[in-house]
Design a protein around this ligand. Structure first.
Ligand code: M6R
Length: 586
């Protein structure tokens, strides 16, 4: 993970700070910056968020060249010593790194034997020490044969207005205009500053100066790169009236459905949907991590109703270790909001190498996953900044609905329009009341059957990730096979019950909880009588809609529940501890 950025031009500090603010979703354990000034380095490092660094650089106002970094700790504790940029032995050069150097211990051992002193514990510092005191293209190229793992690196020296870079597996992009250049982990850094950018591919390295950008491949040949236009709409990220991105993003649910309808009406996407000839495949795999994995579970439900095929949902981090049958009869969907998740990229390459047809379901259309996959379907959710994924989940589920319908040659647009009309963002005061009660609890259970169990899984993930409450989801029918032993007096158990087919059975499971002193909270779209009502301590009614969309309708309410609980607890839901938005390490 981590976000890296380098800049040459006017107002170097301002540009680096603004870039870091956009990269902060990649980690916020520490932030650091080095600016070259008078053949020397001005170095500023802080533990914690970019706001802390901002305070620390108030006195710097120069034009020139600099690099900066926002860290998600992998190797070494969260400390100033481990904060990037890292320096060569004699401090003549420094660099920022995103990725993991898997063989850093061996390399470090050799350097230490040569008398090189290290200040921190990171793998990245090893790269700075390897580069030594004089930056050159030759030295940058050498990194590819020395380093194992993943890296994108930007490096500067004390006395030249040049940025050197190298990329292997971790993302890297370069934007340019006449008098300024920027290199960064994510094109969102370029928003409002540049119109054009290049995507650096694995194995490429080079040099950026105000005279131009030189990109080389592993044969030391200069590469002509394709220039892409920055899509401003996709990268806009203002919070509007909202205090936190997470609530803003949940509130965008309706407009996302509009975006999807608009985009999937267009001939280009209709053509791509039609070309995915499902008859050619025996097996379907849906692969992702975290929330994207849960969207895969929803996708599996949609597909199972429409197709007579074997459909598997896999966690990307497990995919390459499982004995999956992967050949040209396999159709694999790789689901990722960011399109940069390392586990998902590895799984995608694995499937591709075995001849499977690979399709990306992504939000970031310029991402690595989009580029590697044979084809992609955009989820059209717009930039998602909060670490907890909300609107992207809704959009991923809808894209699977569209795919399932189009496999059957059925219309999906009119159903989506009707659903959008019915979609409710819930009653905030009711959700806040429940959130306030949960904010004093240290454990919460979610139970449901079938599709409601999937919603429970996603709701529990949301709650635990932003409130740190121990949240556990279980199929309600499974409780009596073990988990019921955990139920004690006053434990909140949230019963998700939107499916008429399973409602009666879920109620029985809920009553088994009540008999053991648990507090029952019902989330339902089904009409209930007084007798049922009396058994629950709290009830939230979900607006009814086409049953296919109920998991989307109910998750919005549960996302809000997690959000309001975190806010009530005084936590920042956008930046949960220990996590980052884009998980670019395995
Ligand atoms: O960018 P991706 O969709 O590939 O990310 C996958 C997961 O890391 C992500 O969904 C994670 O689980 C979220 N923080 C959950 O809210």
């Amino acid at each position: 993970m981590c976000g890296i950025i380098g800049y040459i031009g006017k107002n170097v500090k301002k540009n680096l700070i603004e870039g870091l603010e956009r990269l902060e979703y990649r980690g916020y354990d520490s932030a650091g910056m080095v600016i070259q000034y008078n053949n020397n380095f001005i170095v500023r490092k802080t533990v914690g968020s970019v706001d802390n660094l901002k305070e620390n650089v108030k006195d710097i106002e120069f034009d020139g060249v600099g690099i900066a970094h926002t860290r998600w700790a992998t190797h070494g504790k969260i400390s100033l010593e481990n904060c990037h940029p890292h320096f060569s032995f004699k401090n003549e050069i420094c660099l920022v790194h995103n990725g993991i150097i898997e063989n850093f211990e061996k390399l470090k051992e050799k350097l230490v034997k040569k008398g090189i002193k290290f200040y921190g514990e990171t793998d990245s510092e090893v790269v700075a020490k390897i580069l030594g005191e004089n930056l050159s293209l030759k030295k940058i190229k050498k990194l590819f044969s020395l380093l194992e793992g993943s890296f994108s690196i930007v490096s500067i020296s004390k006395n030249k207005k040049e940025l050197f870079f190298a990329k292997y597996k971790s993302p890297l992009y370069i934007a340019f205009k006449e008098k300024s250049m920027m290199v960064a982990s994510d094109p969102s850094c370029f928003f409002g500053k540049f119109n054009k950018y290049l995507t650096i591919d694995d194995g490429e390295y080079g040099k950026i100066s105000l005279n131009g950008i030189e990109v080389y491949n592993q044969d030391s040949q200069m590469v002509e790169k394709k220039v892409s236009k920055i899509k401003t709409k996709e990268l806009a990220d203002d919070k509007n009236k909202f205090k936190y991105y997470m609530l803003k993003e949940i509130n965008e649910s309706k407009s996302i459905i509009d975006n999807i309808i608009e985009r999937y009406k267009q001939s280009q996407l209709i053509f791509r949907l039609k070309s995915l000839n499902i008859k050619n495949f025996n097996r379907i795999y849906l692969v992702g991590c975290g929330t994207a994995y849960h969207a895969g579970l929803v996708g599996q439900m949609y597909f199972k109703e429409m197709l007579e095929k074997d459909i598997f949902v896999c966690k990307a981090s497990e995919f390459i270790f499982e004995k999956n049958i992967l050949d040209n009869k396999s159709l694999c969907f790789f689901i990722s909001q960011s399109g940069e998740t390392a586990d998902t990229i590895t799984a995608l390459k694995f499937a591709k190498n075995r001849g499977a047809k690979t399709i990306a379901i992504v939000n970031a259309e310029y991402s690595t996953i989009t580029r590697i996959a044979d084809d992609f379907f955009p989820i059209c959710a717009g930039l998602e900044k909060a670490v907890a994924s909300t609107k992207a989940y809704l959009a991923q589920c809808i894209i699977f609905y569209i795919l399932a319908k189009s496999f059957k040659n059925e219309d999906f647009i009119s159903n989506l329009i009707t659903f959008k009309g019915k979609l409710s963002l819930g009653n905030n005061s009711l959700i806040k009341r429940l959130a306030s009660y949960l904010s004093y609890k240290d454990k919460v259970f979610f139970i449901g059957r079938g599709i409601d169990y999937i919603t429970s899984l996603e709701a529990a993930l949301k709650l635990k990730e932003i409130t740190y409450i121990y949240a556990f989801a279980e199929c309600s029918g499974e409780l009596k096979h073990g988990t019921l032993a955990l139920i004690e007096k006053e434990i909140p158990v949230i019963v998700v019950a939107t499916d008429k087919k399973t409602f009666a059975k879920v109620l029985n499971n809920a009553y088994e909880v009540k008999a053991r002193g648990g507090k029952l909270i019902l989330i339902t779209s089904i009409a209930i009588n007084k007798e049922i009502k009396d058994n629950f301590d709290f009830i939230i009614k979900i607006r009814r809609c086409d049953e296919k969309f109920l998991p989307i309708q109910s998750i919005i309410i549960l996302q809000k529940l997690a959000y309001f609980t975190a806010v009530k607890m005084g936590l920042n839901p956008d930046m949960p501890r220990n996590l980052a938005k884009s998980v670019t390490v395995e």
